[in-house]
Design a protein around this ligand. Structure first.
Ligand code: C2O
Ligand code: CU
Ligand code: CU
Length: 494
């Protein structure tokens, strides 16, 4: 039972910092969209080597102000890692920070020891060298810090980057694939700054409960960005790299676009739509047609209050984070536009996994402590977010999965807000959402799925290729403050 006094207290905390993006209100100068350098790897004895240096940096996000940051071989964020399916790669991750960290390859199918989860700590001054074969189909992935209790803060400061995987099939498809020209990374984050330009993180319990929302949008680390395409079709690799905010991507002139890929790679066929909702860590590749020279904008629409992903009850009334419309990226077509190939009618084949092959259905219940629980946490003790009533414990393996089996996971959201549920090791297929088969945009391979308040989502996944009786993989909510405060668990594949 929540005591009335605590309820009022929580409500006051909630309404104290309504979050409205500043960008759509302020007329500010435009900055050319930064395109992170692409890293193709250096030839080495055991495959391609990717040297990555985790370091402190300094950026000028806001006019006239310096912000201290973390970056990966740069001041903020990291290079885009280009990997080719079938190649052996060796990552060389050097930690020059004054604190521990880890680096996780989000969405990649790799051995547990190479996954970069909370167990693979990189101490200051040391270099972590995981190696693996790229087994993934072509798609857009990312990498980020995954230190226990610190993921949110380290990602917020800049420890993240994009991964692009290519394969023989993707190279053959007639799609824009000239990086930085007609195929661009769009890594979207929201941040909040103090008056002196420093990053502001976790100022209230609301920031923990809702996750950390910012009032300023950055794309590839760039404020108020503009991109100037030179081709008739533009492929955008949308990555929601925010800690907590969900974006409803659309264009300001309501033009439609082709959705060609989700988290784990290409859909079977392009899907024409006008908006796509991405929760933290979800990806979508889209192709937009540029018909004339008129500038237009990639924006985020307010999340409809009828949406299954909108917040409910008290949280819904207090929260404004997903309720405003704001600009993400301005697009100013150049005077002459080169022709682009027609979008292929077929992109991929995704054999459906058969629920009859599943050896087990695991049920996971997501819960969070409001009121009293939050207050307890405030006194520095408890976790606030749980899976099956338990908070993450590195000394506890929650599930032991048998290698070469198929499982169904049934995730139930018993809270008033959406949680993007992510699992390491493989891509899965969504079976149903409240018993209803997924819509077109959710029919591809996924590693993160939005689970709205009160919803039950079932997905099916196969656990192949690697086994390790000790080192676990993670599953968790990808609102990083929820993950850091308990909503995570571990499983081995053995
Ligand atoms: Cu994006 Cu457990 O990770
Ligand atoms: Cu992951
Ligand atoms: Cu969550």
């Amino acid at each position: 039972m929540i005591k009335r006094r605590d309820f009022i207290h929580s409500a006051a905390l909630l309404s104290s910092s309504l979050v409205l993006p500043k960008l759509s209100l302020a007329a500010q100068s435009q900055n050319t969209l930064a395109i992170p350098e692409r890293l193709d790897g250096l030839a080495g004895p055991s495959g391609l080597r990717y040297p990555l240096t985790l370091r402190e940096g300094s950026m000028q996000f806001l006019p006239g102000k310096r912000t201290s940051t973390f970056g990966i071989s740069r001041d903020y964020l990291g290079p885009t890692l280009f990997l080719r399916r079938g190649n052996n790669v060796e990552m060389a991750v050097e930690n020059t920070l004054n604190e521990q960290t880890t680096l996780h390859w989000h969405g990649l199918h790799v051995p547990a020891a190479a996954d970069g989860g909370p167990a693979q700590i990189i101490d200051p001054g040391s270099t972590w060298r995981p190696s693996f074969e790229v087994q993934q189909r072509a798609g857009t992935f990312w990498y980020h810090s995954h230190l226990l209790h610190k993921t949110g803060e380290q990602v917020y400061r800049g420890l993240a980057g994009m991964i692009v995987i290519e394969d023989d099939e993707s190279k053959k498809l007639a799609l824009p694939q000239n990086y930085g020209v007609d195929d661009i990374p769009v890594l979207v984050q929201d941040r909040r700054f103090n008056d002196d330009g420093s990053l502001s993180y976790l100022q209230s319990h609301r920031d923990v409960m809702m996750g950390m929302y910012g009032d300023t949008i950055l794309v590839n680390g760039c404020l108020n960005p503009v991109f100037r395409p030179t081709t008739r079709r533009l492929r955008m690799r949308l990555l929601n790299a925010a800690n907590a905010r969900t974006f409803t991507f659309a264009f300001d002139d309501q033009r439609d676009f082709a959705l060609i890929a989700s988290d784990g790679g290409f859909l079977e066929a392009p899907y024409q739509c006008k908006s796509v909702v991405l929760a933290p860590s979800e990806r979508a590749e889209i192709i937009v047609e540029i018909v004339d020279q008129r500038p237009f904008k990639l924006i985020s629409l307010p999340l409809d209050s009828n949406s299954p992903f909108a917040m409910r009850g008290m949280m819904g009334r207090m929260h404004s984070g997903n309720e405003s419309r704001f600009d993400i990226l301005k697009i100013e077509p150049q005077l002459t536009l080169e022709d682009s190939p027609d979008i292929p009618a077929a992109l991929n084949q995704i054999p459906r996994m058969d629920p009859n092959d599943a050896v087990i259905t695991r049920r996971l219940e997501l819960t969070m402590a409001m009121g009293m629980g939050m207050m307890r946490r405030r006194q520095g003790s408890d976790a606030s977010f749980f899976i099956n009533g338990q908070a993450m414990n590195m000394n506890r393996i929650d599930y032991r999965v048998k290698k070469d089996t198929t499982e169904i996971w049934e995730v139930v959201n018993d809270t008033m807000m959406m949680h993007p549920f992510h699992i390491h090791h493989s891509q899965f297929q969504i079976l149903d959402r409240n018993g209803v088969a997924p819509a077109a945009e959710e029919r591809g391979l996924k590693d993160t799925v939005k689970i709205g308040p009160g919803e039950t989502v079932r997905f099916i996944m196969r656990f192949e290729n690697f086994s390790d009786t000790e080192i676990p993989y993670m599953y968790h909510c990808h609102i990083l403050e929820h993950e850091d405060n308990g909503m995570m668990g571990q499983f081995t594949v053995e």
